[in-house]
Ligand binder design. Structure first.
Ligand SMILES: [Zn+2]
Length: 235
């Protein structure tokens, strides 16, 4: 049996080592992404960094960094380790839900996180020119743009924009009504929108296709849950 004293020593050592490991984590998370650091991050490492960041976000254990130190550290250049294509929804800011900061990730945001030429061009800059090893197409639950596309909303320039989501609506089979009141259908269309977006990236971009073939880039889909803050990766 452990004596009380031995137990206390052991418990305080565990506490001390967990503090030390958190400090290492914070030092790593707060250090500015340089070209050297970025190049040491493989596509799988990059996905793990995002997954760990989302775990911290959900647990309420986000890391507080000196953001102005990061501003100063990135003034002369950037080398983010990840690129996210996300929706404009105010409840899904990629930097916050992945617990990342200045210079860590590129974010291309458009209502309904669809892929078009402008987004592909932005991603070619992020991957080929700047070297990020992962692209995440991030959809989310209860997306207003997805619901608008499902209901064929006509309003100003929204009409043309929502047409980008139409292929996902058409590709989704519904059990029940094909309208935005059917939450299961809305979620299925959002997931298909992400999957079609991923497929389009390598189909329309020989540059990214080549990076993926060379294992210098992974393109993955993920869904954010508005109710829990959790991001579930599709692969
Ligand atoms: Zn949305």
């Amino acid at each position: 049996m452990l004596s009380r004293r031995a137990f206390c020593t052991c418990a305080s050592l565990t506490f001390a080592s967990s503090l030390a490991s958190n400090a290492v984590h914070a030092a790593d998370a707060c250090a500015v992404m340089t070209r050297e650091r970025q190049q040491s991050v493989s596509p799988d490492d990059a996905i793990n960094r995002l997954k760990e960041g989302n775990e911290r976000f959900i647990a309420g254990k986000t890391i507080n960094c000196d953001l102005m130190a990061q501003v100063k550290g990135t003034t002369s250049g950037q080398a983010p380790f990840a690129t996210v294509v996300g929706c404009i929804d105010s409840r899904v800011p990629p930097e916050l839900v992945f617990d990342q900061r200045i210079g860590d990730m590129f974010c291309a945001r458009v209502a309904g996180n669809f892929i078009n030429t402008d987004i592909i061009g932005s991603l070619e800059f992020a991957t080929k020119v700047t070297g990020t090893p992962v692209v995440v197409v991030l959809g989310h639950s209860d997306c207003g743009a997805i619901k608008g596309a499902i209901d064929h909303v006509k309003l100003g320039n929204l009409t043309a924009m929502l047409a980008n989501i139409e292929p996902a609506v058409k590709a989704t089979k519904a059990s029940g009504a094909r309208d935005s009141k059917n939450k299961v259908f809305v979620q299925a269309v959002a997931e298909n929108n992400v999957k079609l977006g991923i497929a389009m990236l390598t189909k329309k971009s020989p540059i990214m296709k080549e990076l993926v073939a060379a294992k210098r880039l992974r393109i993955v889909g993920a869904m954010h849950d508005l109710a829990t803050g959790r991001v579930s990766f599709m692969a």
